[in-house]
Ligand binder design. Structure first.
Ligand code: AMP
Length: 712
């Protein structure tokens, strides 16, 4: 494609996106302002609006006077009479971070030629209200509507307790034309406590209706206090409003000429003197630092306030300077709402990649167009597993909502379906491991898909570290640092490679320690011999350590031991049928199938063959005669501290299990013996109560040495 064709294509895509966004925002805005039933969170709404504004700025040729970016959101529901406002009720432009706020302040400063004083107020999250007083008497209340015409809610506001019926403006600022009605403006809100009480009561009633104790229509549950306030004020039946405990904070006047006041700060004082509630958190600021400090302080106290706030409104204080700056079609140029960092944003899901974890689990990861959420840039988020992707129905190309609260890990909440590209296809988990190409399996009953190849590079370091660990082959002195170097130098890539290492090779490996010239110190001959010897020693480990070391999904230390008690060597285990395996206590059909599948993977067979060739024995001490073990069918509980035998309780438990016993943690009538060490407490008492025989530490040592119970 030529560069012109590319540009045209880009423009086309942008146009389609602009139209889609406008439609979606308009729908959300109507739901919010007219139906009091938000379709999305404020943060998501703001995020879509931001995208629209950015695109409209980039492509001015698609400007439209009806775009939600240039109109005041809202309208008039047919339920209410229309009221024309004395002057337009505007919305506010938003600054989503300090950078945007600062650049707005600088713009204002440039335009005015001086740094003006600012009046800072809380942005109350309610709905705006216009109250008209004629000869100081309350006569009408209206919602913002589309800014020009609002809804008449006079009857309802009569039940809002803190709206005075009469103004007490004597002694306050001089009203120049007291005959002219005054239109005063502010915010109606519902306190958080009233909101939760309202929803709780609604839930109670709905519960009664559901179980047939009550008849009638279910009560509406509100999404947040703002919606509850809007839903409670915009009521056909004013008596409902009465019971909803709405409150107001007043902050402006329709016509500043109506009062002999010259700035916002004094206007607030005047409103308070008139008898209105005015929010006490107001301050004057004369520098950017002071503005930031106030915003930060408000964010901190946000949670302890009795009402919701969603930011700080920064207003040029002086009315004459406000007049100089004027308005856009949507908002004053002399004010801006600094919005608190949102915890949700929308962004493009560019791709879903698959990450292979150290245990072979495959995790789908959302690759996102980077967005700043709650102060940090988010470009990736885990989608956990295939079921989660299906449940959320996210597809590559979707516009998704991403949530991040403070330090919490970012999460993809879900897609905005209306903005989904037509060709977006449901996502499916890869069939082959992206790291090694081996076939991916999903164990029945597990949500995770796994790569179970022993040769998968993505799992290599962790797998090799586990093989060498004390839990598994116990290759002392071969630390994770050495293993990393061996992998980096291409010398070891699977377990079998450990057994091909020579002392000469090991001694030159670099450690993380450095000499005085900053160069890494090699392992050295003495340590190399130690490492080499412990590798050689591990060849004679019992079969259970080998099985555990292989890292077969679902097979940990205990099941590895159980398997080694039932099979005499690795060959026998590898030839076992799922039915043979499923008979082992605690294994079950699902894990049994997992074991069989593990031994079907060619790469795994290859590693095991090489281990055998290199002399790793993989034999069971028990000889695979689990049924003949001396403590078979006996159950032990160990309690108290072992002090004389030099064994910990865990070590003693392991030894007992090697003799075929079961070791559990609680005493019941099925317990065969309780071994009580020093300071044994309640378990000992329970054993006495249930008549379970109690052994002491010497008895235990006797059992382990003689592979038999002591004579009594
Ligand atoms: P928006 O709802 O995003 O259009 O934001 C503008 C709205 O913020 C106004 O219409 C007011 O209802 C509301 N608001 C809340 N607190 C204040 C305040 N202190 N000053 C001005 N507007 C406020």
């Amino acid at each position: 494609m030529t560069s012109n064709a590319l540009l045209a294509e880009e423009k086309n895509i942008a146009h389609t996106r602009i139209l889609d966004l406008r439609k979606e925002i308009k729908k959300a805005s109507d739901a919010y302002y007219i139906s009091d039933a938000p379709l999305m969170s404020d943060a998501v709404y703001d995020s879509l609006m931001r995208e629209l504004i950015a695109l409209e700025n980039a492509y001015p040729e698609f400007a439209d006077a009806n775009s939600p970016s240039v109109t005041v959101g809202g309208g008039v529901s047919s339920q209410f009479e229309e009221v024309k406002h004395e002057s337009k009720m505007y919305s506010l432009d938003n600054a989503m971070n300090f950078e945007e706020l600062d650049s707005w302040v600088h713009k204002v400063e440039d335009e005015l030629g001086v740094f003006p004083e600012f009046c800072l107020e809380l942005k109350i999250d309610g709905l705006s209200i216009a109250l008209t007083f004629d000869e100081n008497k309350f006569v009408r209340a209206a919602t913002r509507g589309d800014g020009v015409v609002g809804e008449d809610v006079t009857e309802n506001v009569l039940f809002v307790q803190d709206v005075p019926r009469e103004l007490s403006i004597q002694g306050a600022a001089k009203v120049e034309n007291s005959k002219k009605p005054l239109e005063l403006r502010g915010e109606t809100y519902m306190p958080k406590s009233s909101f939760s009480a309202l929803n709780k009561e609604a839930e109670r009633i709905n519960g009664e209706i559901s179980c047939g104790h009550l008849k009638g229509k279910k009560e509406k549950l509100f999404a947040n206090p703002r919606n509850a306030a809007a839903g409670s004020l915009r009521q056909k039946n004013p008596l409902v409003t009465r019971d909803r405990n709405l409150k107001t904070f007043m902050y402006s006047i329709a016509s500043q000429d109506d009062v002999a006041i010259t700035n916002q700060f004094d206007l607030l004082k005047w409103l308070a003197n008139c008898g209105f509630h005015v929010n006490p958190d107001v301050t004057l600021a004369n520098s950017i630092d002071e503005i930031h400090d106030f915003c930060k302080a408000c964010l901190e106290k946000r949670d302890v306030l009795e009402y919701d706030i969603d930011g700080v409104v920064v207003k040029v204080n002086d009315f004459s300077l406000q007049e100089k700056l004027g308005f856009t079609s949507r908002a004053p140029k002399w004010a801006i709402a600094y919005k608190f960092p949102p915890e949700e944003k929308t962004t493009l899901l560019k791709d879903i990649t698959v990450q292979v974890g150290r245990t072979g689990v495959l995790t789908p990861v959302a690759e996102l167009e980077p967005v700043t959420i709650a102060g940090s840039v988010v470009s990736r988020a885990t989608l956990h597993n295939e079921d989660e992707v299906v449940r959320k129905d996210v597809r590559i190309g979707d516009t998704v909502v991403v949530h991040k609260a403070g330090d919490v890990i970012p999460e993809v909440v879900g897609p905005i379906l209306e903005l989904r590209p037509k060709d977006a296809k449901p996502w499916e988990m890869a069939k082959k491991c992206p790291a090694c190409g081996s076939t991916v399996v999903r164990i029945d009953g597990e949500v995770a898909h796994r790569c179970i190849s022993l040769e998968c590079p993505a799992q290599r370091l962790e797998k090799l570290k586990f093989w060498a660990s004390r839990e598994a082959m116990d290759i002392e002195s071969l630390g994770s640092e050495n293993i990393s170097t061996l992998i980096d130098e291409g010398r070891v890539s699977d377990f079998a490679d450990f057994y091909t290492l020579t002392v000469d090779e090991i001694k030159t490996l670099k450690t993380q320690r450095t000499n005085k010239d900053g160069e890494p110190v090699p392992v050295g001959e003495k340590n190399a011999i130690k490492i080499f010897e412990s590798i050689q020693k591990s060849k004679f480990n019992n079969l259970d350590r080998v099985i555990n070391g292989l890292g077969i999904p679902g097979i940990g230390k205990n099941l590895a031991r159980d398997l080694s008690l039932h099979f005499s060597d690795m060959k026998e285990l590898m030839n076992a049928s799922p039915e043979d395996l499923a008979k082992i206590d605690g294994l079950g059909a699902i894990l049994a199938k997992g074991v069989v599948d593990f031994f079907k993977i060619p790469q795994n067979l290859n590693v095991i063959d090489r281990l055998m060739e290199l002399g790793v024995l993989m034999k069971s001490n028990s000889g695979g005669t689990a049924d003949n073990l001396p403590l078979k069918s006996l159950t032990f509980v160990l309690t108290g501290t072992m002090v004389n035998s030099g064994m910990s309780r865990d070590e003693a438990s392991d030894e007992l299990r090697n003799l075929g016993a079961k070791v559990t943690s609680s005493v019941s009538k099925n317990t065969s013996f309780v071994v009580a060490g020093e300071n044994a407490g309640s378990k000992r008492e329970k054993a006495v109560a249930l008549g379970v025989p109690i052994l002491n530490e010497q008895d235990l040592v006797y059992i382990l040495e003689n592979r038999a119970l002591p004579a009594r």
